[in-house]
Design a protein around this ligand. Structure first.
Ligand code: CS2
Length: 497
């Protein structure tokens, strides 16, 4: 077998010419962007767009310095730093075609747990024009039912008491913006890349709540001077598996310890609102629009909610991946009916977008047999996702007198999932959720009080008191607890009960 090449800057010229590699001079790159939360998604999306831009135009001011705020980020930092911050992006097409490119836009990486001051200083450096975030839905630290900043979080308490030694993103943003202001530097733009509706507005609201407690005058300055563009981000990026690492070696001759795989589709719709300049990402396919609202709502309520529908129902049924679930005709029909009958009626029209075609494209993307997107990944942190992805649709349909059956079954399945933690065949789930214990406790009460799970107010708000919803939910939960054969209930809903 041909020898494989270690992924390093000095070895790039040895790589097969079927691999796209950075053509720009990385050693001259400046970190115009600090990115907090370098996981799979950042590496398949923002870092990919930025690399494509650097390759296309040769601009060097928009390199990315990754920042990890958690001890768990050490592995990524160590691996990337051993590879001169290079990694392979493996794009898997539905027809089996695989394209690989080496991404070079990340040029540095810092761990705040090692040196928080150095991170604050880097963010406060004049080269930094944008601080972008992929901190997951849960990282915004809001109470999902009220939408307000959660001051009860012990890490928030710590950060308020220790402004020079923060742990959470809001502490770092506040400390570095304070430094910039004192130095007379313009603020950076804070750019969220998470699946949160109005992600920029949400970041602003949370940061102002935190900074306002710490330094009200600074909060006023932030409010007046920092921009927080809203954006819709999209690219399905499953978790990297050992098979991906092996594929990179066997089919492309590259030894890279943590490649990223993703689908070919990629979308980024951004409001053009940057306080300190921005890369021309439109050159490489991003769209800049005056108002991103209709795009983000459409994506969250169809794509992300669709994932959750398949994720929870599919897990109970015993499916393991999104493509596995969507190739089951019952699940495909159920998903489409959920989209058509419950999600679409409460969406706003999106100029230039044919919603029917958008939904068709989602089902096509979900069916990509080479993207083995695990249902376990989809069900991660459901407590932060479902209020935005699915429960908002239920609330809006309740207000409008629309259908709620399809989504309600997902909530009932979530209760069973959190309570028993088992598929209908008895396979145990590995549940990862910041609210895992609360979810389990509440779900466990179901046999004594059928609405116990719904009483988790931060997630469900007052849904337990809604007669229409609670009656339907009770019926479904009782049926599921009696017999976890979820397919039977899905068929019943599809048949119009
Ligand atoms: C998924 C998303 O986490 C989830 O539940 O729905 O990660 C989804 O794959 C991305 O938003 C696609 O852009």
């Amino acid at each position: 077998m041909k020898e494989s090449v270690l992924l390093k800057q000095e070895n790039l010229h040895l790589l097969s010419d079927k691999i796209v590699v950075p053509t720009y001079d990385r050693s001259k790159g400046k970190a115009g962007i600090i990115h907090i939360g370098v996981g799979g998604f950042h590496r398949s999306h923002e870092a990919y767009y930025t690399d494509a831009l650097m390759n296309e135009t040769g601009v060097l001011d928009w390199g990315i310095c990754g920042v990890g705020l958690r001890e768990a980020d050490r592995k990524m930092r160590d691996i990337l730093s051993d590879q001169d911050f290079l990694y392979a992006l493996i794009v898997k097409h539905p027809d089996g075609k695989v394209e690989t490119r080496v991404i070079g836009s990340i040029i540095d990486f810092m761990l705040s747990v090692e040196d928080p001051i150095a991170v604050i200083d880097r963010m406060a450096h004049e080269d930094t024009k944008i601080v972008s975030l992929t901190i997951t839905e849960g990282g915004y630290n809001f109470n999902p039912a009220t939408g307000e900043f959660n001051f009860d979080n012990p890490d928030v308490q710590h950060d308020l008491a220790n402004p020079g030694n923060p742990t959470l993103v809001f502490g770092f943003l506040t400390a570095s913006l304070k430094k910039r202001r004192a130095a007379g530097l313009p603020p950076f733009t804070v750019q969220s890349c998470d699946n949160v509706q109005h992600n920029g507005d949400m970041t602003k609201k949370m940061l102002l709540a935190f900074a306002g407690k710490q330094d009200p005058e600074l909060a006023e300055w932030i409010k007046a001077n920092v921009s927080f563009p809203n954006a819709m981000v999209d690219r399905i990026t499953p978790c990297t598996t050992p098979t991906d690492i092996e594929l990179l070696r066997s089919d492309f001759g590259v030894r890279g310890a943590w490649p990223v795989t993703c689908e070919p589709f990629c979308q980024w719709v951004i409001e053009d609102n940057f306080s300190n300049g921005r890369p021309e990402w439109e050159t490489v396919g991003a769209q800049f629009v005056p108002d991103v609202t209709p795009y983000e709502k459409m994506k969250i309520r169809l794509l992300n909610a669709g994932h959750s529908v398949l994720g929870l129902l599919g897990s109970i049924h015993g499916h393991e991946t999104i493509d596995g679930a969507v190739s089951d005709p019952l699940f495909a029909e159920y998903l489409r009916a959920f989209m058509d009958l419950e999600a679409t009626p409460v969406l706003d029209a999106v100029e230039g977008i044919d919603l029917e075609a958008y939904k068709d494209s989602l089902i096509y993307r979900f069916g990509n047999p080479n993207i083995k997107d695990s249902l376990a990944r989809i069900c991660l942190e459901s407590s932060a996702k479902l209020p935005k992805f699915l429960i908002s649709t239920i609330h809006e349909n309740l207000a409008a007198g629309g259908s709620i059956d399809y989504a309600t079954l997902v909530i009932a399945a979530w209760c069973l999932y959190s309570d028993k933690g088992l598929s209908r065949h008895g396979v145990e789930f590995d549940i990862v959720d910041a609210m895992k214990d609360e979810l389990h406790q509440a779900a466990m009460g179901t046999e004594d009080d059928v609405l116990s799970f719904l009483r988790l107010e931060p997630i469900f708000g007052d849904l337990a008191n809604n007669e229409r919803f609670s009656a339907l939910y009770s019926e479904m939960v009782e049926a599921l607890y009696e017999d976890p054969d979820i397919a039977r209930l899905m068929e019943k809903i599809l048949a119009g009960n």
